[in-house]
Design a protein around this ligand. Sequence first.
Ligand code: GLN
Length: 225
Amino acid sequence: MREFFFLIEKRADRYPLGYILGEKEFFNVRLKIEEGVLIARPETEILVEECLKRIPEDKKITGLEIGVGSGAISVALLKNRPLLVMYGIDISEKALQITALNAKINRVFDRLVLLRSNLFENVPQKRFDFIVSNPPYVSEEEYEHVEEEVKREPREALIAGKEGIEFYEKIIGDGKSFLKEDGFFAFEIGYNQRKKVKKILESEGFRAITEKDLQGFDRVIIGER
Ligand code: GLN
């Protein structure tokens, strides 16, 4: 009972529910969540759906995720495509530990290669069928106005410089040489970032397709050659 009131107090103090419960349902997987990783958002399920549309069920496809966090995206993709192999990187050791745990719980760990890497630094020189990422995309200015709960989540998973687009520039610029000729990029974006990210994709020779979330905000962008 003391523990119960302790938790109620924490929640009243705007401590995120996901961290209190230690679990989060995402797509059709159950994830363990701990402080130190972003709590998967329902909007991010759209990113998973758009990737799944482009991953055939009967082909051996290899994808790369930049910034796995809790593992939500990679684990959901692997769970829904039995022949898929994912490489997942993160700069955070904690994120890699939680992702490994979630991949094990969901029985997809044998098809996941995890590496500690700052962006492409330690990614093996090979060509992937797709590169997916929900990178940090909140601008420094916007971060001032996020909910108290969000401020308890890792800053390095959220903030991306003055405009919130620096990770798209890096991932698209450096990632091009890690993509097969017919490979695609799939990103989650902020509601006001469609034009800027589209421009980056187009300047690197990709066509951009955007998808909205359930609230009608631009949320996902796909780059295809
Ligand atoms: N949508 C998240 C938020 O508003 C941001 C996620 C991200 O930066 N990748 O908190």
